[in-house]
Design a protein around this ligand. Structure first.
Ligand code: DAH
Length: 344
């Protein structure tokens, strides 16, 4: 019987060593250590032995049971480690591999420019006009008449307007200046607003002109506002937008809705004032129009010009972006070529 036990031990120990999977090991355990396993069937036969033999054989059987149980446990740990290592090896991450290429979206350069200009004016105490005062489909009445363009006056030809078939005199606005009217009809002075938006002109498209472009309109109305205030604010704007070192100049001009009117130039960014193709040899680039709000415009919206005065200005966003970034074709803003857009 002792021999049988020792043979069982040898066989089991060998099978434990050979078991390479959890399943195989589990089977070894079942075969030798379970209730119906080989060791237990030996123990069942103990009753036929003498007391002396019962003790020695019983003890031996127990020792073998414990030893095999221990070996199976150790083998289990070992198999677990092997399995874990295989898993780590097969799931290894190569951190030097290039990642997925996901092109990143960006804010359009025109929107960037508008945001930048809006921020400058917010810093100067202006707020952005409510969108509803600034519709792109506008009446001739607001776009021209209320702004002191005389009926059938050639001044209307300054801007080639798109007419619609929606109703007589309904147009695509040719300038953002109409927003001034809607603002003043809705708010008593003091008024201090800017209004960015799209405008439309029926012109042949070229490197310098597009049918659709953007303007930012500005309006300040209060007591005791003079041309010096206009000059101070606009000088400050140009200084913040183009940089402190760029000289500006105010040139007398004409707009029906301002009197006096001016155009603001900055020294040419290409030649530094020496004169080149970009500035047509003058050394200066026009960046915006401005003036003191015309008395007739104040009257049109019911503001007493004896008490209040104000100034207004309007600038082309594309033009300002082109001058700052030396872009030579306005159409680039509208072609949506990512090679262009990615540069901003
Ligand atoms: N609306 C003018 C244009 O499109 C620009 C302009 C000039 C706006 C003078 C103003 C202003 O508010 O005061 O050419």
């Amino acid at each position: 019987m002792k021999n049988t036990l020792e043979q069982i031990y040898k066989n089991a120990a060998e099978e434990i060593i050979n078991a390479q999977t959890f399943d195989a090991l589990e089977n070894v355990k079942l075969k030798y250590l379970s209730r119906k396993g080989e060791l237990n069937s030996i123990k069942k036969n103990l009753k036929d032995l003498s007391d002396e033999e019962k003790r020695t054989i019983g003890a031996l059987a127990n020792n073998i049971f414990n030893e095999l149980d221990k070996q199976i446990d150790e083998k289990m740990q070992k198999l677990y480690k092997v399995q874990l290592n295989n898993k780590l090896e097969s799931e290894r991450i190569d951190i030097t591999l290039p990642s997925d290429f996901r092109p990143q979206g960006k804010v359009h350069p025109l929107t960037q420019t508008i945001n930048e200009i809006v921020e400058i004016f917010q810093g100067l105490g202006f707020s952005v006009m409510p969108q509803e005062y600034s519709p792109e489909v506008e009446t001739e009445y607001i776009n021209f008449d209320m702004l002191n363009f005389p009926p059938n006056h050639p001044a209307k030809d300054m801007q080639d307007t798109f007419y619609t078939k929606v109703a007589p005199n309904v147009i695509l606005r040719s300038q953002t200046s109409g927003a001034q009217i809607r603002q003043m009809l809705n708010q008593n002075p003091p008024v201090r607003v800017i209004s960015p938006g799209r405008v439309y002109r029926c012109e042949s498209v070229s490197a310098r002109k597009n049918n659709l472009f953007h303007q930012i309109e500005g309006l300040l109305v209060d007591k005791d506002i003079t041309f010096a205030d206009l000059k101070g604010i606009l000088n400050e704007f140009v200084r913040l937008y183009f940089g402190a070192s760029r000289p500006t100049r105010f040139r007398a001009s004409y707009f029906p809705f301002t009197e006096p009117s001016a155009e603001v130039d900055v020294q040419c960014i290409m030649c530094g004032g020496k004169g080149c193709r970009t500035c047509s040899g003058s050394g200066w680039l026009e960046v915006l129009g401005a003036g003191m709000v015309h008395v007739n415009v104040l009257k049109n919206v019911g503001i007493d010009p004896e008490i209040y005065s104000g100034f207004a200005f309007g600038m082309g966003v594309e033009r300002l972006a082109m001058l700052k970034y030396a872009i030579n074709d306005i159409r680039l803003f509208f072609n949506n070529d990512v090679r262009f857009l990615n540069q901003f």
